[in-house]
Design a protein around this ligand. Structure first.
Ligand code: AVJ
Length: 325
């Protein structure tokens, strides 16, 4: 198929250590323990995340989708013809709203989805080709860092890097700054960055979104241990850990943890690692920061990603910002 190219990004020796699990060793040998949220997204984890997006308590996807449905036409008109690069594309469901808007204006469609889960990347790319007969897809399987560093200047008049779904919330403030400079490095002057962020809101709306009644979020969190078992020959017993998620109001972030139900020892053979857990000890698996619109606008401006238009829903629960370098 000429319209589809799938590239698995090969890591250079300088950074091979990180994909070989040195971050796992680091996270499980320090106190308190942590693991990086990227480890959620093996193929099973990506499936579970798709289920999370449909949950009644998980307002994020529904709210952002509604904003996109209302304003995608406006976004397409503002940017003109452009190549869409999407970080953490997953199933690309929301992106279809943008693709539809560009298609409606008769613009050529070129899409570069980037995701750590090669399985979901390939299946969604194939489906997109069926549904969009003039679409060109160049999929990149790998981390944002690797993918952004590999991008060559676009052949189209412009490029838009899309980072929707509030994945920015996984990054600590200092990590955001590093990330923003990786984004600006991958853009030429006047090109675009589309950012979706979850906004401050009451705890009684936030906490249920990460503690759903069906237990899908718990399964998603626990799947990280299964993923590590498969990837690094580990022996985590997922029945001996429980899901914990709560809103930290001073930091304005949801924190997700895996809590050890008893004293236990876990081994990850491929990493030559033995880990001791005290009863009740936790592993931090994710922070999901909630943003203030004015503050994030100022931060983006300070990083040369100037917000030229901001859209929200009627509750002001979610923000979509179109920024320009
Ligand atoms: C994909 C990072 C935006 O933080 O809401 C969903 C991931 N974690 N339920 C989020 C997630 C638990 C999600 N992001």
């Amino acid at each position: 198929e000429e319209r589809l190219q799938i590239q698995r990004l090969v890591e250079t020796t300088r950074i091979v250590a990180s994909s070989a699990g040195s971050d796992v060793v680091k996270g499980l040998t320090q106190t308190p323990k942590f693991l990086l949220p990227a480890y959620f997204y093996d193929d099973r984890g990506s499936e579970l995340f798709e289920q999370i997006c449909e949950l009644p308590e998980y307002y994020l996807t529904r709210t952002e989708t509604a904003i996109l449905q209302q304003y995608a036409g406006e976004i397409a008109k503002m940017t003109g013809v452009c190549e869409l690069v999407e970080l953490g594309s997953g199933s690309s469901t929301k992106t279809r709203i943008l693709l539809d808007a560009y298609q409606k204006l008769g613009y050529p469609l070129r899409y570069l989805p980037i995701d750590v889960s090669a399985g979901i990347l390939e299946s969604s790319a194939r489906q997109l080709l069926v549904d969009y007969p003039s679409l060109q897809v160049h999929a990149l399987a790998g981390t944002y860092e690797l993918a952004l560093a590999q991008l060559l200047p676009t052949q189209l008049p412009s490029r838009m890097i899309c980072f929707i779904g509030s994945t920015l919330g996984n990054l600590k403030p200092q990590e955001c700054d590093v990330f923003f400079s990786q984004v600006t490095d991958a853009l030429q002057v006047n090109e675009y960055f589309l950012l979706g962020v979850d906004l401050h809101k009451p705890k009684d709306i936030l906490e249920p979104a990460y503690n759903d009644r069906q237990g899908v979020t718990a399964a998603f969190n626990l799947n990280m241990l299964d993923h590590l078992n498969r990837r690094f020959e580990g022996n985590f017993d997922t029945t001996q850990f429980e899901h914990r998620a709560f809103y930290n109001e001073t930091e304005h972030q949801i924190e997700m943890h895996l809590r050890s139900l008893r004293s236990q020892i876990v081994q990850l053979k491929a990493l030559n690692l033995t880990v001791n857990f005290a009863p009740g000890e936790t592993i931090l698996t994710e922070i999901s920061r909630k943003f203030d619109l004015n503050t994030i606008q100022q931060q983006l401006t300070a990083r040369n990603l100037v917000p030229i238009q901001t859209w929200t829903d009627s509750n002001q629960w979610f923000g979509l910002l179109l920024c320009q370098l």
